[in-house]
Design a protein around this ligand. Sequence first.
Ligand code: F0G
Length: 484
Amino acid sequence: MSIRKYSQFLPVTRIPDQAGYTVDCAFQQCINPSCKATYDLFEIHHRCPKCGSLLDVAYRWDKLPVPKDLSYFEQFWSQRRIPQRFSGVWRFHELLPFAPLEQCVTVGEGQTILQCSPGVAAYAGLNQKSLYLEYEGLNPSGSFKDNGMAAGTTHGRLVGAKRAACASTGNTSASLAVYCACTKLMNCVIFIGSGKIAYGKLSQALDYGAKTIQIAGDFDDAMARVQEVSKQLHIYLLNSLNPFRLEGQKTIMFRVLEALNWEVPDWIVVPGGNLGNSSSFGKAFIELHHLGLIKKIPRLAVINAAGADTLYRLYEEEKLRWNDGNVDQAKIDMFFKQMDAEGRRASTIASAIEINRPVNLTKCLRALDFCHGVVRKVTEQEILDAKAQVGANGFGCEPASAASVAGTKKLVEEGIIGKEERVVCVLTGYQLKDPNATVAYHGTDAAFFESVLGKRGVKNAPFANHPVSLGNDTDAIIDLLKKD
Ligand code: F0G
């Protein structure tokens, strides 16, 4: 950690010590316990330059003004005219204090709701009041990514970035495009796999003016290219490899606790793709526990799509574990070597999580370790049926998000989640992101059903709300409605 002579520049992250030197209260640190190298807040790394592991944003909490309990944050509800206190991310600034509050970027993210859903609870086999849906689709760009992007673009601003890039299955790119278009702080470049992104998301990136590069490959190829390109051209990278993004995503959990009157639920269930969310939820609970702000730790369930099940295979079948940070890298390397040799590529209707090589794998293992986690995989049929149930109970979500409800149902059936336990399913993206999947499921066009869902193994649509086609005839319409 760097210690400097006291200067005029004194954001929240730097405070004078007794000898008059400034101490960095926020810095970057390698997550590998046998390395633990630290880096200045203003350095830009995608991984630890010393050992190649992932980086965390770390804080010297002992030097920072930490709230005594979580109800401290309630005072900010009356300060909603201040954009940073309106923000559902920066309202919790004291728990991610790497930038001065007035420099924190916001486009009004985090106005989300945690809704108790008896209907979805019944579907999942839980008691009526046991299941809560955290609607992250209510964010400005329609997904949870805005939580991370508020924090990531704030760091980009601190380091003076003029151009930002990401690879994406769609939502990260839509989110980055919003932040760039709205703030004009950076120009936006997005890398997407060709034919791999739902139109709702692509249309957002185009509309918001992002330079859109469609490469011949999938998300993992786009992820590899964006890292190389951004390194060579010094473009600021805003994938979840960026530890500042994950700081913002911690606030999803803070808002869940807030909505539960600061009570910790029994389970958090989240879809797993690149594993940024699960990693950042784990970090949130590790820090809250360390700071004495929570006593109980919730269990974490990460849900893969069966067609993109790297985490499931490694964690549940290969028994890969965090192991105090000594993750068995040889096992991971062997796994990916075999994946390539067999030509196995991720494929799922939940295109948001169609990922082979999740970049935050080791951080997710840490989260699973701390939160006594489990991983499950769910089929395309299970995802779409769960999605229809979420829709029927309000707001709606995109396919990837419904994996959390499908996974909950599975864990209740297995007896791992008890019927009376309090479960929070994170609905990561809004329903209109991928209308194709929804219309194919509910519609009556058999050929369309087959081309979107049938070819993926979806056999039927038991919860379909079929539209009715009638002639342009008032009597016929009245006859139909009289039968209701
Ligand atoms: N749900 C949605 C709607 C997503 O867009 C993503 C990720 C996930 C879940 C998985 O979250 O990566 O934190 O495990 N979408 C990324 C993107 C990969 O590019 O938009 P994760």
